[in-house]
Write a protein that binds this ligand. Structure first.
Ligand code: ZN
Ligand code: ZN
Length: 361
C-alpha cells in the first residue's frame, strides 16, 4: 500500500487480528509510527485516535516532530492511570502490548491501572512486520547511509599503519565518522586484529597488526534514526595460504547467497546457500552465527537469515549478508554488506571493494 501512512497500515493489520487497542513501547516502533526521536515515549492506538505519551523533557520536541498523533505529556506515575483513562473512554476491553519489550514492572503497573477496564494481551509483532519492507523514502536514506559508510571505511584504512593497536584504530574510525557528520555509531565497532578476529564480537583492545594475519572491522553509522552495518577483513603484509583459503571461501559463500536473493525466496534458503559454499571448502562448521538480519531503525530487526527462519524475502526489504569463518587461535574472516531485495534479484548498497587483493594493507 504505497502512500498509506504507517498508522493506517497498522490499523488495517490490527483489524485483521480483531485488536481495537494497542500500546506500542518499542522506541523504534514509536519512531516509525509517529516520527518522534526521543528516548521516552509510547504510542496508544485506539479506534479513530492515535496518542503519543512522553514526559515533560520532550514537550517541545514532540510537538515539533510528531504528526497525526495527539501528544500527551504524562511521565512517571501519571503514565499508567492516563493510559487506563484513555482505554476506558474508548471502550477498550482488550489492550494489546508488545510482549518482547514491555517490562514485567510495566506490565504489572499497567495491569493494576487497567483493572476493571481492560485486560492486557500480548500482540503479534504488528509494527515490526510493517517495518520489514522499507518505504521508498527509507530506501533512499539507507542507501545514502551505506555510501557514507563506504567513505568512512575508505578514509579510515588510509591511516592503518604497522604497530597501531585495535583501540587506536577504533578511535580513528570514530573520528572519521564524526568528520563525516556522524557522531553516533550504530553500535560499538568491532576491531579485531590477528587471533582476536576469531571472536565475532571482539571489542578493540591492545591487539596489533601482524604480518599475514587478519584485521577485521565491523561497524555502522546511525543517522536520522537509521543504521548501517558493514564488515571487511584486511590482511597486513604477505597473504598466507590459510588466509587465502579462508578469504576465498567466505567470499564465495557471500556470492552464493547474493546470487539467489530475490523476492519470494525463503530466508533459510539464502542461509543454506552460504553454508553449502563453505561446506565445499570444509569450513561450514566454523561459521558460528546466522547469515544476516534486517536493518533499519534497529541494527538487528526482521527478517532473520538463519537456518530456522520462517521469513520469506520480499521486495523492499534491506538485509545484511555476512558469512564468516572463525578459527580459534588463528583468526577469522567475515564479509558483510547491506542488500536491498528486489523483485528479480538484489542490489548491494554498500560498495566497498571486497576482493582479497583489494583489502591488502
Ligand atoms: Zn556488522
Ligand atoms: Zn550485521
Amino acid at each position: 500500500m504505497p502512500g498509506t501512512s504507517p498508522v493506517a497500515r497498522l490499523r488495517a493489520r490490527m483489524e485483521g487480528h480483531t485488536l481495537r487497542g494497542l500500546l506500542v513501547t518499542r522506541l523504534a516502533d514509536v519512531r516509525y509510527l509517529s516520527g518522534f526521536s526521543g528516548s521516552s515515549a509510547a504510542c496508544l492506538i485506539l479506534p479513530g485516535r492515535s496518542l503519543i505519551f512522553t514526559d515533560a523533557r520532550y514537550r517541545l520536541q514532540s510537538n515539533a516532530e510528531v504528526k497525526g498523533f495527539g501528544v500527551r505529556v504524562a511521565g512517571g506515575r501519571e503514565f499508567f492511570p492516563r493510559i487506563a483513562d484513555e482505554c476506558r473512554r474508548a471502550g477498550i476491553h482488550k489492550l494489546g502490548f508488545e510482549p518482547d519489550v514491555l517490562t514485567w514492572a510495566m506490565h504489572r503497573g499497567l495491569g493494576n491501572a487497567l483493572r476493571g477496564i481492560a485486560s492486557l494481551i500480548p500482540a503479534p509483532p504488528l509494527v515490526e512486520k510493517l517495518r520489514v519492507v522499507k518505504r521508498p523514502e527509507e530506501i533512499i536514506v539507507l542507501s545514502r547511509l551505506a555510501r557514507v559508510t563506504d567513505t568512512v571505511l575508505w578514509r579510515w584504512r588510509g591511516g592503518v599503519k604497522e604497530g597501531v593497536s585495535e583501540a587506536e584504530l577504533e578511535g580513528r574510525l570514530l573520528a572519521v565518522a564524526r568528520e563525516e557528520g556522524f557522531s553516533e555509531p550504530a553500535f560499538r565497532p568491532i576491531v579485531a586484529a590477528g587471533r582476536h578476529s576469531a571472536m565475532p564480537h571482539h571489542h578493540a583492545g591492545r591487539g596489533k597488526l601482524a604480518e599475514g594475519a587478519p584485521l577485521l572491522l565491523d561497524f555502522g553509522l546511525c543517522g536520522g534514526g537509521y543504521n548501517s552495518d558493514l564488515t571487511r577483513t584486511f590482511c597486513w603484509g604477505k597473504v598466507t595460504k590459510r588466509y587465502r583459503d579462508l578469504y576465498t571461501s567466505v567470499f564465495e559463500a557471500q556470492q552464493a547467497a547474493l546470487d539467489i536473493i530475490r523476492a519470494g525466496i525463503p530466508a533459510s534458503a539464502v542461509d543454506a546457500a552460504a553454508r553449502d559454499a563453505l561446506r565445499a571448502h570444509g569450513f561450514e562448521r566454523y561459521f558460528s552465527h546466522s547469515l544476516g538480519h534486517g536493518i533499519g531503525l534497529e541494527v538487528h530487526e526482521a527478517p532473520r537469515l538463519n537456518r530456522e527462519s520462517g521469513d520469506i524475502l520480499e521486495a523492499g526489504m534491506i538485509i545484511t549478508v555476512e558469512p564468516g569463518v572463525y578459527l580459534e587461535g588463528w583468526g577469522g574472516v567475515r564479509i558483510e554488506d547491506m542488500v536491498l531485495v528486489e523483485e528479480r534479484g538484489c542490489r548491494v548498497l554498500t560498495a566497498s571493494p571486497k576482493g582479497l587483493e583489494d583489502n591488502r594493507l
